[in-house]
Design a protein around this ligand. Structure first.
Ligand code: SF4
Length: 337
């Protein structure tokens, strides 16, 4: 059971949907919809790291961006500190942008190449009119030190930094306003393995020092294992399983989670494990399979899986699974077809 269960919920997502139109015909009208996020519900406790994991096309990044209202939700509710912000206008969102920030995957693409680093980090303070210019510059130096960047680099441009340093600039920009909640969208996947651990450690350190809550997005379960308190596994716009990190790794119950975990190498030659190879690619979110979205790749699929969509059910202790054959208490009733 999560150590956070008695803590305040900072963010709650209820039945969130985000569909993008596919335009066609002479009048460029919607001819189909990409169901990027399709009825997703979860909550995040204050001070925790909740991770969303899944293959590309699973909807995890769209979920993060929709929560921050960088995409307008199609339907459903987003509650931040108890306030339903799903229908907030851009001007209503403006004061909340101080509390809700994002770290992007591509540290280079997200930084303005024409601005020196000091200006890139100062910009959010200027936009929100916080302090005098001198106070803003002092804050920039303070934040640069906090994220491990030397203040004498203030006047350098993004291209003069390494990938890891550029991600530190992106992180500095995200924390300069002292936010409460950060969506970290694949913050280390563009970095070399040796740098990944340093950036992950920095994020953990900042979480402690600044009392941050993270929604961490990644395609690799191994990356999120050491930073997450709880993990949600997404597939084709839906959550398949949600559990505390230890519970998810020790007792994965959804066949998709089992397949993802089986792909993680174990650094012990004496430990043998069977790799579950998923057949085919993730189906198109324009025309997802009926019933369970995972059924076209699931070795346990039965007729009912095509007929009914399994709901995400708490099978006990905050462990949620969306499979017709996983029952309360974690009793598994699936068998190979
Ligand atoms: Fe597999 Fe059916 Fe369970 Fe979906 S509901 S994961 S297809 S057994």
């Amino acid at each position: 059971m999560s150590e956070f269960k008695d803590k305040k919920i900072i963010l709650e997502v209820k039945n969130l949907k985000k569909y993008f139109p596919v335009l066609g015909g002479v009048f460029s009208r919607p001819v189909a919809w990409v169901k990027a996020v399709d009825d997703v519900s979860f909550h995040i406790y204050e001070g925790e790291t909740f991770s969303l994991v899944g293959e590309s096309g699973s909807g995890k990044t769209t979920t993060g961006k929709t929560i921050l209202k960088l995409h307008e939700p199609t339907s459903g509710h987003i509650l931040f500190e108890g306030k339903d912000i799903s229908n907030y206008s851009p001007s209503e969102m403006r004061p909340l942008r101080r509390d809700m920030q994002i770290i992007f995957q591509d540290p280079y693409g997200s930084l303005n190449p024409r601005l020196p680093v000091g200006e890139i980090i100062r910009e959010p303070l200027a936009v929100h009119k916080i302090g005098t210019k001198k106070e803003q510059e002092e804050r920039v130096v303070e934040i640069m030190k906090l994220v491990g960047l030397r203040p004498e680099y203030l006047h350098r441009y993004p291209h003069e930094f390494s990938g890891g340093q550029r991600q530190r600039i992106g992180i500095a920009r995200a924390v300069v306003l002292n936010p409460k909640f950060i969506v970290a969208d694949e913050p280390v996947s563009a970095l070399d393995a040796s740098i990944q651990a340093q950036v992950l450690n920095l994020l953990l350190e900042l979480q402690q020092k600044l009392a941050l809550t993270y929604l961490f997005i990644a395609h690799n379960l191994a990356v999120v294992r050491h930073v997450s308190d709880r993990i949600g596994v997404m597939y084709l716009g839906k959550l398949m399983e949600v559990a505390d990190t230890k519970e998810l790794f020790d007792n994965p119950l959804h066949p998709y989670t089992q397949a993802l975990l089986s792909a993680i190498p174990i650094p012990d030659p004496d430990v043998k494990k069977e790799r579950i190879i998923l057949q085919g690619d993730i189906p198109s979110p324009i025309n997802p399979p009926s019933g369970c979205p995972f059924r076209t790749r699931c070795m346990y699929a039965k007729d009912i899986c095509a007929e009914k969509t399994p709901p995400l059910v708490d099978i006990g202790g905050g462990h949620y699974v969306a499979c017709h054959f996983v029952k309360k208490g974690g009793k598994v009733e699936y068998s190979k077809s």
